[in-house]
Design a protein around this ligand. Structure first.
Ligand SMILES: Cc1cc2nc3c(=O)[nH]c(=O)nc-3n(C[C@H](O)[C@H](O)[C@H](O)COP(=O)(O)OP(=O)(O)OC[C@H]3O[C@@H](n4cnc5c(N)ncnc54)[C@H](O)[C@@H]3O)c2cc1C
Length: 447
């Protein structure tokens, strides 16, 4: 936008939906995409008198038609980092340049380009702490400032403004109860968060019952706010307390995930630690289905899986708990969880999701060691001590009264039998101790 403002040339704003975009956006994400484009059209109209064109088709063909029709001599876009997007955009850049069109691309999605952050031997980092130390240093050395766009000249046109990217299944309808997509909502959310909540981030961030994290992830995913806007606002308005530094380092994990996406061949299906290609995963459609539906008989896992289906979002601590349960206690391949999150998360992001799943499966860069199996009962005691979060999604467990009973309903024989008979709750799908041992034995086979 700054480049457009400086050039003063009249501009066309175009969004192209092609098969690469469609594959990189899951079912829930399509709701956000649809709402986000609606907001963007309104905002461009109000700010610049411009109407955002929305077109479907092969990106290069769509661009070439527009270039010819409006005699365009320059095309600008923000860079993306998955192998598919890089391949597509490289082809487009080459073709346009060959026909004499100037192409300029920018970084709108990250603090640093992946290739700007390397270790002393010129390699990409595989461990987070030194990565982030270097990445933050590189970013600060750029001395960026927050800048406002004042005016942009626009070209008039009669192109398509109508679109419908809403998923076929209607389950997304409830999302509007919880979320407002768009740039303005992102800015408001950030301002609210910086007023007080960020100051207790370090202590509260692991507690799903407190629900205190910033909820900026879908906005970041769809480019409605950039990590640079987030970080610059933080640096402008906050002291670097441990809470603020912890928050910044989470933005760092997002950057680290993008570095892994950029440098690995296929982060969402190939384990970084290749030994895991031979891992003896179980196959069980039934267990996978019960996990997805939140019917495993382990309340924290079930409540979390209901949260994702209800809100299209899940608390980070719970993403780790349900991930560990799937991959270790159920011994199912991490890519199955990765795919389910892709469909159900509004913030589904090719980099963070794949890196998160590889981390939890123990096969990623700087990953949680495989033998670290999250115990959902201990996790409930530590991070949902009054069972407030669990009861929000499984109110039928209220009859068990004490948090300790709610964490393990099957130990309260009579009430539990009643719940099971009434089809209100379920037998645990696995014994936590036995299934943990089974996972550790399986791991021995690839060590
Ligand atoms: C198995 C698994 C899958 C995940 N899938 C995704 C995903 O598809 N999209 C996604 O944005 N995040 C993903 N995460 C990371 C994290 O859970 C979410 O970013 C976070 O819960 C979003 O909520 P928030 O915005 O309130 O986060 P906050 O705690 O407020 O953090 C601020 C921002 O930092 C970034 N961030 C925080 N934690 C992480 C992390 N561990 N890795 C990468 N970035 C992080 C996000 O952009 C987030 O919006 C995943 C984590 C795991 C363990």
């Amino acid at each position: 936008m700054l480049a457009l403002q400086q050039s003063q040339n009249p501009a066309l704003f175009v969004y192209i939906y092609d098969s690469v975009e469609s594959n990189a956006t899951g079912e829930a994400g399509h709701w956000w995409l649809h709402e986000s484009l609606k907001q963007l059209q309104e905002s461009y109209k109000a700010r610049f008198g411009a109407s955002l064109i929305v077109l479907e088709g092969k990106a290069l063909d769509v661009l070439q038609k527009l270039i010819k029709k409006y005699q365009i001599h320059q095309v600008l876009w923000n860079r993306l980092y998955s192998p598919e997007t890089i391949k597509r955009d490289t082809v487009i850049k080459k073709a346009l340049q060959e026909q004499g069109v100037d192409v300029e691309t920018f970084n709108g999605h990250l603090l640093n380009e992946p290739w700007e952050v390397q270790n002393n031997s010129g390699q990409y980092f595989k461990v987070f702490t030194p990565y982030w130390r270097k990445a933050f240093e590189v970013y600060q050395s750029k001395k960026e400032k927050l800048e406002k766009i004042k005016s942009i000249n626009v070209l008039s046109h009669q192109e398509n403004l109508i679109f419908n990217f809403l998923p076929k299944k209607k389950w997304y309808q409830k999302f509007s109860k919880y979320w407002t997509p768009g740039e303005k909502a992102a800015q408001d959310q950030l301002s609210r968060y910086l007023k007080t909540d960020i100051d207790i981030y370090k202590d509260a961030r692991d507690r799903p019952d407190l629900d205190q994290t910033s909820k900026l992830s879908p906005y970041l995913r769809f480019g409605e706010i950039s990590p640079r806007t987030v970080v610059l606002n933080i640096l402008k308005s906050k002291n670097l307390s441990t809470s603020v530094l912890t928050y910044l380092s989470e933005i760092g994990w997002r950057e680290f995930s993008y570095s892994l996406l950029y440098y690995s061949k296929n982060l969402s299906s190939v384990p970084i630690n290749l030994k895991f290609q031979n891992f003896p995963w179980r196959k069980s459609v039934k267990d996978l289905d019960l996990w997805k539906k939140g019917k495993t008989g382990i309340p924290l896992v079930d409540a979390a899986m209901r949260q994702i289906y209800e809100k299209g979002w899940m608390h980070n601590r719970l993403r780790m708990v349900v991930g560990s349960f799937l991959v270790k206690n159920l011994l199912l391949n991490w890519t199955l969880g990765e795919r389910y999150f892709q469909e159900t998360l509004l913030d589904y992001d090719e980099a963070s999701n794949a890196a998160g799943w590889q981390w939890i499966a123990g096969c990623g860069a700087d990953a949680s060691p495989y033998f670290r199996v999250f115990n959902p009962i201990l996790q409930s005691e530590r991070f949902d001590p009054q069972a407030k979060f669990i009861l929000q999604y499984l109110p039928q467990l209220q009859t068990l009264q004490k948090p300790s009973s709610i964490f393990q309903p099957h130990l309260q024989e009579q009430t539990f039998q009643y719940l099971v008979n009434q089809n209100l709750y379920y037998e645990p799908l696995v014994d936590l101790k036995d299934s943990r041992n089974r996972a550790l034995e399986a791991y021995q086979k690839i060590k």
